[in-house]
Design a protein around this ligand. Sequence first.
Ligand code: NDP
Length: 454
Amino acid sequence: MTDCYDLIVLGAGSGGLAAAKRAASYGARVAIVEGDRVGGTCVIRGCVPKKLLVYGSAYRHLVHDAPSFGWHLDGVRCEAAQLLVNVRAEVDRLNQLHIGLLEKAGVDLVPGWGSFTGPETVTVSAADGSSRELRAARILIAVGGRPHRPAIPGADLAWVSDDMFLLEQLPEHVVVVGGGFIACEFACILHGLGVAVTQLVRGDHLLRGFDREASRAVQDAMEEQGITLRFAHTPAAITGECAPGELTLTTQSGEQIGCGGVLLATGRKPFLRGLNLEAAGVAVEGDAIAVDADQRTNVPHIYAVGDVTDRVNLTPVAVDEGRAFADTVYGQRPRQVDHDLVASAVFSQPELAGVGLTEEQAIARHGAEAVRVHRARFRPMSQALPGRGPRVLLKLIVEIASGRVLGCHMVGDHAAEIIQMAAIAIGMGATKADFDRTMALHPSVAEEFVTMPN
Ligand code: NDP
C-alpha cells in the first residue's frame, strides 16, 4: 500500500525539520523520512554537542586565570569522560524534543532511509527490514552532508567529526588533519581537555576564506596555548590499531607521528548515497544537487535545501531555505533566501567571527585604493590581571567613497555574539560614520568597534 502526502521531506536535520513544520502549519499533509536520529548533523553530531564541548574545554582557561582573581582551586581535575557522557545526555534530550515538536506540528515521522522509485514515489527501508512506499505531489531533499575522508591507506582507522561525540575517553595525543572550521574547533576542544594536539595543515595558513589577519590571530593564539601547528603537511597513510589505540600517521614527506587517535577534518560532501536520484531524474552538479533561487531542482516538483546543495553550509541558512520553500509553496508568501552577508563563526579558542567582505575580498573587488581597513588589537580587560593572551582583534573594512562598512571581523571572547549584532547594521548598509555616531558601551570589548579612529 502507498501512503499519500502533499509533501515528503527526506532528512530530519535543520533544513528538513524547519520545512516540514512550516509546511504543516499551512495545512499541508507532510511526512518526514529519517534513517538516523531526528535532529541531523547540527543537533546530533555537529553545532550543538560541539558548542557544549567548547564550553567544557574552555574551563581550562578559567581555571588557569582564577588565581589572579583571588580564586585558588586546589585539586582541580578534568574528567573528559564525564563531559562526553553529559553532552550525549543533552543530545538525547534534544532528539526527543525534536520528535515531540514534529508530533505537535502534525508531521508524520517515517523512520528509515528513503530512496526514489519514481519522480513522485519514495521507498523507505527501516532498520527492522520492513519497507513502506510513500507518494507525494512534492518532495524536498534535505539529507545534508557527511564528513569526507581523503583516499589514503588507513583512513578508516581515523575518526571523523561524527565519531568524536561517541568517544568514551580521550587519548593523550591526537593528530588533527585539516585547517578548516572543524579542525580548529576540535584542536582547541581537545587541547582544553588536556590532550596534546598536533594539527597538520596542507596549506600555509588556517581557515582559508576567512580574513587572513583574523585567521593569523587565531593561529597565534592556538600556538601560544601549546597546540602544535604544522603547515605544508599532508597525510599519506595511517597505520596501527583502531583508534583509540596506537596509531602512526605518515606524512607525504615521510615523517611519522605516533598518536592515540587521528581526526580527519578534511571537509564534508553532500550525502547522496542510496537516494537513487536517477529514478526521479534529479540532476547532480559536481557532488551536489543543483537548485535555483526557489530551492527547485531540475524536476519542477522536487526541491532541495541545506548542505546537500553545497551552497552556504550552515544551519541557519538551511533553516531559512526550508522555511522559504514552505512559505513560497504552501503559504502564498513567496520569498527567496539572501545568501549574501551571512555571518559565520569558528568556535575556536579564541573565537573568530565575521560578516561581509574580508580585507582580501574587498581589495579584490574594489581595488586597494578604494578600501580602508580600521583595526584595533589589544589585550582585553578580562586579561589584565591574568596577564596572558590572547589579544583581541577587531576589524572594519570600509569603502572609502561611500563610507559603507563592507565587512566586520573579530577574534576574541564572544566574537559570535558581537558579530551577530554588527551583521544587522551592515545588512542595513551602515557606514563608518554610523558606527562612530553610536555611543560606546564602556567598559566593553565591542566598544572599540565604535571608537576606531578614521
Ligand atoms: P573545511 O572545508 O572548512 O576545511 C577542510 C580542511 O581540510 C581545509 O583546511 C582543507 O585544506 C583540508 N583538506 C581537505 N582535503 C584534504 C586532504 N586530502 N588532506 C589534507 N587536508 C585536506 O571543512 P570542515 O570539515 O572543517 O567543515 C565542513 C563544513 O562544515 C564547513 O565548511 C562549514 O560549512 C561547516 N561547519 C561550520 C561550523 C560553524 O559554523 N562554526 C563548524 C563546523 C563545520 P584546504 O584549505 O587547502 O582546502
